[in-house]
Design a protein around this ligand. Sequence first.
Ligand SMILES: Nc1nc2c(c(=O)[nH]1)N[C@H]1C(S)=C(S)[C@@H](COP(=O)(O)O)O[C@H]1N2
Ligand SMILES: [Mo]
Length: 595
Amino acid sequence: MPHVTTRTRGEPTPPRDGTSRGAGAALGLTVVASALGFGALAAGLLGATSPVVTVGDALVDHSPRFLTSWAIALFGTADKAVLVTGVLVVLALSGATLGVVASRRPVAGYVGLGVFTALGLVAVGLRRADDPGAAVAVVVGAAAGAVALAVLLRGAGVRTTGPRHAPVGGDTPVGGSTAVDGNTPADEDIRVNGAEPGDAGSSADARTLTDAGPSGDEAGDGDADGVASDPTTATPGGGRGPGRRRFVLTTAGVLAASGTAGALGRWAPSLIGGADPSARLALPSPADPLPDLPSGVDLGVPGLTPFTTPATDFYRIDTALAVPRIDPSRWTLRVHGRVDRPFEITMAELLSRDLVEADVTLSCVSNQVGGDLVGNTRWLGFPLADLLREAGVHADADQILSTSDDGWTCGTPTETVLDGRDALLAVGMGGRPLPPEHGFPARLVVPGLYGFVSATKWVTDIKLTRFADERAYWAQRGWGVRAPIKTMSRIDVPAPLGRVASGEVALAGVAWAQHRGVAGVEVRLDGGEWWEAELARVPGIDTWVQWVAETTVEPGGHAVEVRATDATGFTQPSERVDPVPDGATGWHRIRFTAT
Ligand SMILES: Nc1nc2c(c(=O)[nH]1)N[C@H]1C(S)=C(S)[C@@H](COP(=O)(O)O)O[C@H]1N2
Ligand SMILES: [Mo]
């Protein structure tokens, strides 16, 4: 065996054999894969949250504020994919490191698994305390990881069983003191990662790997011991011949089993419960239907955002890593707190009521000037104000604190909801049930307020309370408490940095000032005079409006700016303000080239 050397303690550790280290890492990665695969299978069968999602959700909720805002600013709506990838990368790196250590000191592998299991259970406690299946999934994953570790170590010829539990270096007391010493640095790294989720980025990863250096040196002693006790196979896959083949085959087998388990876990919910639950819900027609949209809401300019946003194109913003799947027959909404008559309502009861429609443009406070976190549709639902009046809201209850199925909270001013606007407990959008990503089976929609203070998806609880007593999710993280949507306008045509033919061009876009209404939109070319754009028709003051302005342009580079004035006479200011804490301001400006 090329890597086998006999050396005595105290001698400098020779450079590590790359193959054996690689095999140890492969072993660790395979253990991680089986823990995740079987954890996902258990979660899928139980209809529970899978361990990776639980950990990711806990990180979302408990990361320091700067990290959440940074993640949203940097990745926008891709932040979820980035977070899940981050969790997987940290797991993979820790798994690989632990695998290298465990192939010398098997007990370190089990201790490492134990630490990860504990962290997983902490995450369940923080985020899924009401979902026992999530804890079961963590434990099943951990058990699968332990079985995989044992199988792989055996496949590699590292003995892990036996009364004295002396896996390497049979006659030295490694099972006890040495293994514990060897574990310490690695364990500390894991705790560092877990205790400060905010640091779980690249720096913590780097530390884990760097610190594996010293612990790797100690493991090097174990290597020597292990080699001494079983020179042919002590290092997994490090050699050639039957030992190596057996290790490779065992690894492949475990990986295949884990992959199959993971895939089954992913499909289990739809196999058991049928696919998308929203597809099976039949909505009643509105008791009080709105007239069709006036003709002329769409100006028909190519490239201009359509007046009605198809549900499939509607922007999605929420903190949920996995979209909650809610069985409508089990959904209830509780209305309680500072009210005379608290009550609970089921979906059947809700759908048997007289439902109304409203055209409302929803927008996100994180939207940058020129951004696309805004969408418009026709909502179907029950008037929220009527629901609150049934409960008898106390005069001092200035906040409606709504909570989603996944624990997100939202604080809405009571007076806003009761002032006569079309605030809805919505069950439909665009003539269909809400899609799962947009809150199935029920969500709130309040015209004129940014989504984070009004638009709770998967809503299950409405508590009348006071702003002085309770703070909602984003308010706790430095965002505003009362956040009416700011008057805003956007240029869609020409596309930023686009090319158009010189001569006659149509500049076009959308503008919004929900519940005040847009009174006018002005544009200017190359810093010249402002002129009035033509506005499309609208069904009311709660939606955006399309605008178009025709002009002629010379060949060359041009800049267009836009500003809206709302029906209160307020004109969008030029000053650029960031979205935090209550919405961006500033004129949208684009450049284009005429040829
Ligand atoms: N349950 C839940 N509801 C939520 C959120 C959330 O994180 N969780 N985000 C809010 C925010 S910030 C916005 S802008 C809107 C977006 O709704 P949409 O995804 O349907 O466009 O949902 C709101 N409702
Ligand atoms: Mo938002």
